[in-house]
Structure formats: structure tokens, C-alpha cells
Design a protein around this ligand. Structure first.
Ligand code: HEC
Ligand code: HEC
Ligand code: HEC
Ligand code: HEC
Ligand code: HEC
Ligand code: HEC
Length: 440
């Protein structure tokens, strides 16, 4: 009789514990993932206040220039003569004309490509590190130059660059902390629940042993009951228990279903796919705020089939100097020390049966990156913007007129097309919808 009660009790207890463990496991994973995502999030845009005082030029202009300089240039330049990433800017207004400086600061790459001798020389001297472009008005650039010329920055030259680098850290993580707090909160709840669980188990064990003692001392037990009461914990019972078996089968089925659904989805469309990357690299910060050209990092996007993902060395062009102390940047250093590439998670991936060539679209076709990849320059974390299906490719080929102007190769083709059809001479009319163009 007692044995019967005890048996059902153990069963219930075991089933209960098992269910708890499983749901906690799932919960713990969710919680820590969230916490990690929160940690990885980067909130850029640290602003540092200006602290420059008055000056001999127009103090208001110099002040405005000081603020602009600190927020935009100080990560790479000192206003004195020290080299940070780029040259110290002291005396630059004597070295270069104002017109030159205006062009350079707004878009140094354009000036270099125009073949300007000074621009090419300084670019080569600094190992071809591209300075980002700045969408400033002439007045804004002039105010920065006025600040540089005033010599105020030069006086504080030594501490200035360091301040630029370190000063950015504290103010910056406000948003991250807010998300982080949620992650931490979940962690705390989780720990509390686990502690409660442990206390529960211990209490139950205590009660059992008390009961056991009581039964042994105060009751006349027959042989069988005494055996049941004093039995050791028996694992084969768990194994044989129906409840446990059903649970295990159930979990197995659920996991299997989940995996197959993932697989099926994986074959088809991955629009919106946004995996977590090993380093919290932000396109918004680099391509947006700092306006670094896409092909500074994706070096083959205008010349080759693939766009390529930058190696750690490209990061080091800047990060050998910028934000060295950041834990995220430390990850780049570690990758280089270990001589292992950073393991970025691939986002866009066509199946092997389809051929896609970047240079054909970016260089020849003149299609903007954003048409296919969306507003990358606003993304903290890249996600797949387009469906990348065959229908998507062909729709665009049907709608997009070919850029044939000034290309003698197309003259005859366009004439032939105009004779046979009234529609525009699109990519598709040039064969861009033929199976063999994309499949071979
Ligand atoms: C990410 C780093 C970076 C930032 C930010 C940056 N620069 Fe530069 N700058 C450089 C580098 C590197 C060079 C050297 C030339 C080259 O490699 O392109 C340079 C060169 C220059 C030069 C030419 C100096 C000379 O001797 O001819 C000027 C002027 C200049 N920068 C002004 C600015 C101003 C003004 C700002 C802020 C609005 C700024 N830079 C922001 C990296 C940067
Ligand atoms: C400072 C370097 C840098 C610049 C500038 C940059 N990228 Fe990237 N890009 C990366 C890195 C690193 C990755 C891989 C990590 C990631 O996905 O965020 C990447 C990933 C991508 C991906 C996803 C690749 C995949 O796995 O499918 C696309 C698309 C992309 N970049 C487009 C752009 C476009 C468009 C621009 C210009 C507006 C740009 N990038 C500017 C460094 C850069
Ligand atoms: C042309 C210069 C340049 C290149 C190349 C570059 N970065 Fe940056 N990066 C910057 C600047 C400027 C900042 C902003 C620093 C600040 O906020 O003070 C930055 C910030 C960052 C941050 C945020 C650091 C933090 O803790 O706030 C990360 C992470 C980062 N970069 C990763 C990378 C990776 C990875 C690469 C290579 C794929 C790369 N960067 C290439 C200029 C560059
Ligand atoms: C016509 C659409 C289109 C345009 C325009 C385009 N891409 Fe892509 N991009 C794709 C497709 C499709 C893939 C997936 C290619 C694959 O899996 O083989 C891709 C993949 C990438 C990747 C991942 C690495 C690779 O090469 O597979 C990067 C990085 C990238 N693109 C950057 C860029 C940049 C930067 C530009 C602009 C200069 C650009 N793309 C313009 C369609 C486009
Ligand atoms: C946003 C519009 C757009 C999308 C999306 C697009 N393409 Fe294109 N594609 C073009 C243009 C424009 C050209 C013509 C380039 C030129 O002038 O030769 C082109 C040309 C081509 C060509 C060469 C055709 C020929 O006649 O030689 C191939 C192959 C191609 N695309 C494959 C693809 C594949 C594969 C995809 C989908 C993954 C894709 N394209 C998506 C616009 C697009
Ligand atoms: C402009 C480029 C382009 C052209 C033209 C094109 N395809 Fe495709 N095709 C693709 C891409 C990209 C995929 C992969 C799409 C995906 O993964 O969803 C694909 C996938 C396929 C698949 C595999 C479908 C699947 O679900 O896996 C078949 C079969 C196929 N194409 C047949 C054809 C035939 C037949 C033609 C000629 C009538 C053709 N394609 C023309 C780009 C093209």
C-alpha cells in the first residue's frame, strides 16, 4: 500500500523536476542570448562638448570649429603637429590653399582620383588610408580651419588626441545599458528561480528522510513495506517510467519538427535574415556617420564577381589608432595575433546553381548598392533586405532599361530592338531573362 503511494509520488516528482529542468533550460538560453545581444549592440554618436575659450579671430566661429573638430576629426587628427591616424593639422592652412582644403575635407577620395599631386602625395604618405568624407557646408569647414589656425588646439595638442579617443567611451553606452538592464533583470529572475528550485528539492529530500525515520522507528513494518521505505534511489525506475518516456518522445518530436521547419525555410527565402556577428561592427557608424566608402572595405565590389568581406588588416588601417581600448576592437587584435580571420556570419547567399556578378551590376549597370541591399548605411546590424529569389532578379531585368549611352557595342542592338518592339531596351531585352545567363 505504502509502496504504491510512494511510487506514484516519485513519478510525479520526477516528471515535475524534469519538466522544470527542460523549461528552465530553454528559458536560460533565451535569457542569456538576449543579454548577449544587448551587450553586442553599439550605440554610436558620442558627443563631446567644446571647451575651447575665446580667441583672436572670431571667437564664435572658432568655437563652432572646435566643436566640429572634436566630434569629427579628433579621432584621427591632432590640432598640433602629432600624427594620430592622419597628420597633425597645425600649419595646414599655410601648406594648402583654402579651396584645396574645402575639396579635400568634403571628399578626399574625389580629389585623389582627380590626380591632384598634393592629394596623391599625402594619401601615399599615409599608406593610402582613406579619410572619410564630410557633408559640411563651406562655412563649417572654414570654422574648423579657423580653429586649427587659431592655435588653440595646438596648445592642448598632447592631451587632445588621447581625449578624443578615450572621451568617447563613457557617454556612449547609454542605450546599450538600457537594453543590458533588461538582460540583467532576466538573469536575476533566472538565478532566483534556480535557487528556489534547489531549496524545494532539498526540502523534499528532508521530508522524505524524516518520513523514513518516522516510519522505521514508530511503525511496525512488514518486510515488504520496510524494503520499500528503505530502498535506494533507483534510476532504472525513471527510465521505465511512462511519464518520463512520453516526455522524452515529445521533446524529441518537437526538436525534430523545429529543425525541419528551419531547414525548409533555409532552402527558400531568407529575407530579413540578421545573424549575430562576432564583432559588433556597425555599418551605420562606419558607412553612415563616418561616410567610409563601401569599396574601401568591400574592395572587389566594382571589379569582381564577389564583393568580398574585409580582412582584419583593413580594420587595422584605422583601429591601430582608433578606440584601441574598446573590447570590440580588442577582438580584431586577437584575431590578428592568432592569425585567424574574423568569423563573420554570411548573410546573403545564393545557391550554387545561380550566377551573380557584382561588377556587372555596380560598375557596368550602375545599380546602387542600396537598390539590392537596402539602407545599409543606417543598419547597426546588417540584415538581408531583398528576397534574392529568381523572380526578384528577373523582375528587375524586365523593368530596368540598359545603360547604352555612349557605348558603341549596343548601337546596333538598340536599333534592332526599336524595329521589333516599342518597349524600352531593358536588361531582359538584351537576354537578361535567358536561363543560361544565370544558370550554367
Ligand atoms: C578616420 C580617420 C580620419 C578622420 C576622422 C579625419 N581624417 Fe583627415 N586625414 C586622415 C588621413 C589618414 C589623412 C592622410 C591622407 C590620407 O591617407 O588620405 C588625412 C589628411 C587630412 C588632411 C590633409 C593634411 C595635409 O597635410 O595635406 C586634412 C586637411 C584633413 N585630413 C582634415 C581633416 C578634417 C578637418 C577632419 C574632420 C572634419 C578630418 N580630417 C577627419 C584621416 C582622417
Ligand atoms: C569599414 C568597413 C566597411 C564599410 C565601409 C562597409 N562595410 Fe559592408 N561589411 C563590412 C564587414 C566587416 C561586414 C561583415 C560583418 C557584417 O555583416 O556586419 C560587412 C557586411 C556587409 C554586407 C553583408 C554581407 C553578407 O554576409 O552577406 C553587405 C550587403 C554590405 N556589407 C554592404 C555594404 C555597403 C552597401 C556599404 C556602403 C554603404 C558597406 N557595406 C560599407 C565592412 C564594411
Ligand atoms: C577608415 C577608418 C575605419 C576603418 C577602416 C574601420 N573603422 Fe571601425 N571605427 C572607425 C571610427 C572613426 C569609429 C568611431 C570611433 C569613436 O566612436 O570614437 C569606429 C568604431 C568602431 C567600433 C566601435 C568601437 C566602440 O567600442 O565604440 C567597432 C566595433 C569597429 N569600429 C569595428 C571595425 C571593424 C571590425 C573594422 C574592419 C572591418 C573597422 N572597424 C574598420 C573607423 C574605422
Ligand atoms: C543587383 C543587386 C546587387 C547590387 C547592386 C549589389 N549587390 Fe551585393 N549582393 C547581391 C547578391 C545577389 C549577393 C549574394 C551573392 C552570392 O551569394 O553569390 C550579394 C552579396 C554581397 C556581399 C556578401 C559577399 C559576397 O560577395 O557574396 C557583400 C559584402 C555585398 N553584396 C556588398 C555590396 C556592395 C558594397 C554593393 C555596392 C557597391 C553591392 N553589394 C551591390 C546583390 C547586389
Ligand atoms: C535592381 C535591378 C537588378 C536586380 C535586382 C538584378 N539585376 Fe542583374 N542586371 C541588372 C542590370 C541593370 C544589368 C545590366 C548590366 C549591363 O549594363 O550590362 C544586369 C545584368 C545581369 C546579367 C548579365 C546579363 C547579360 O545580358 O549579360 C546577369 C547574369 C545578371 N544580371 C544576373 C542577376 C541575378 C542572378 C540576379 C539576382 C540574384 C540579378 N541579376 C538581379 C539589374 C539587376
Ligand atoms: C536573372 C537571373 C536568372 C534567370 C534569367 C533565370 N534564373 Fe533560375 N534562378 C535564379 C536564381 C537567383 C535562383 C535561386 C533562387 C532561390 O534560391 O530562391 C534560381 C533558381 C532556379 C531553379 C531552382 C529553383 C529552386 O526552387 O531551387 C530552377 C529550376 C531555375 N532557376 C530554372 C530557371 C530556368 C528554366 C530559367 C529560364 C527560363 C531560369 N531559371 C532563368 C536566377 C535566374
Amino acid at each position: 500500500m505504502i509502496s504504491c503511494i510512494l511510487k506514484t509520488k516519485t513519478k510525479i516528482l520526477i516528471a515535475f523536476l524534469f519538466a522544470l529542468t527542460v523549461s528552465f533550460g530553454a528559458y536560460a538560453q533565451g535569457g542569456s542570448e538576449q543579454a548577449e545581444v544587448a551587450k553586442e549592440g553599439v550605440v554610436p554618436g558620442a558627443t563631446q562638448g567644446a571647451d575651447a575659450g575665446g580667441s583672436s579671430a572670431d571667437p564664435a566661429v572658432v568655437d563652432a570649429g572646435a566643436t566640429l573638430f572634436k566630434n569629427n576629426c579628433a579621432v584621427c587628427h591632432s590640432a598640433g603637429s602629432d600624427v594620430v591616424v592622419g597628420p597633425g593639422l597645425q600649419g595646414v592652412t599655410e601648406r594648402r590653399s583654402e579651396a584645396w582644403l574645402l575639396k579635400w575635407i568634403k571628399n578626399s577620395q574625389a580629389l585623389i582620383q582627380s590626380g591632384d599631386a598634393d592629394a596623391v602625395a599625402v594619401y601615399n604618405q599615409f599608406n593610402k588610408q582613406a579619410m572619410p568624407s564630410f557633408a559640411f557646408s563651406d562655412d563649417e569647414v572654414k570654422s574648423i580651419l579657423a580653429y586649427v589656425q587659431s592655435g588653440q588646439g595646438a596648445a592642448a595638442a598632447a592631451p587632445a588626441p588621447a581625449e578624443g579617443v578615450e572621451g568617447a567611451t563613457p557617454g556612449e553606452n547609454v542605450g546599450t545599458e538600457a537594453i543590458g538592464a533588461v538582460g540583467n533583470y532576466l538573469d536575476i529572475v533566472l538565478v532566483v528561480l534556480i535557487v528556489v528550485l534547489i531549496v524545494l528539492v532539498v526540502t523534499l529530500l528532508l521530508i522524505t528522510s524524516l518520513l523514513k525515520n518516522y516510519l522505521n522507528k514508530n511503525r511496525q513494518l512488514d518486510e515488504y513495506d520496510s524494503e520499500v521505505v528503505n530502498q535506494r534511489f533507483d534510476f532504472s525506475k525513471i527510465y521505465k517510467s511512462k511519464a518520463v518516456r512520453t516526455l522524452v518522445v515529445l521533446i524529441f518530436v518537437v526538436v525534430l519538427l523545429d529543425l525541419t521547419i528551419d531547414k525548409v525555410m533555409g532552402i527558400g527565402i531568407q529575407q530579413g535574415y540578421q545573424p549575430k556577428q562576432p564583432i559588433a561592427f556597425s555599418h551605420k557608424l562606419h558607412a553612415g556617420d563616418h561616410q567610409i566608402n563601401c569599396n574601401y572595405c568591400h574592395t572587389t565590389v566594382y571589379k569582381g564577381k564577389s564583393a568580398s568581406i574585409p580582412s582584419a588588416n583593413i580594420c587595422m588601417n584605422c583601429h591601430s589608432q582608433i578606440k584601441k581600448e574598446s573590447p570590440e576592437i580588442q577582438k580584431i587584435y586577437r584575431a590578428i595575433e592568432r592569425n585567424k580571420p574574423i568569423e563573420w556570419v554570411r548573410i546573403h547567399n545564393l545557391p550554387d546553381l545561380a550566377y551573380f556578378n557584382h561588377s556587372q551590376h555596380t560598375q557596368v549597370g550602375g545599380v546602387e548598392c542600396q537598390t539590392c541591399h537596402g539602407p545599409i548605411q543606417e543598419m547597426e546590424v546588417v540584415s538581408q533586405y531583398a528576397p534574392l529569389t529568381m523572380g526578384w532578379c528577373i523582375d528587375c531585368h524586365r523593368e530596368t532599361p540598359l545603360n547604352t549611352e555612349g557605348n558603341a557595342y549596343y548601337d546596333n542592338l538598340v536599333k534592332l530592338h526599336e524595329q521589333s518592339s516599342k518597349g524600352a531596351f531593358t536588361v531582359a531585352s538584351n537576354g537578361g531573362a535567358e536561363c543560361s545567363k544565370c544558370h550554367y
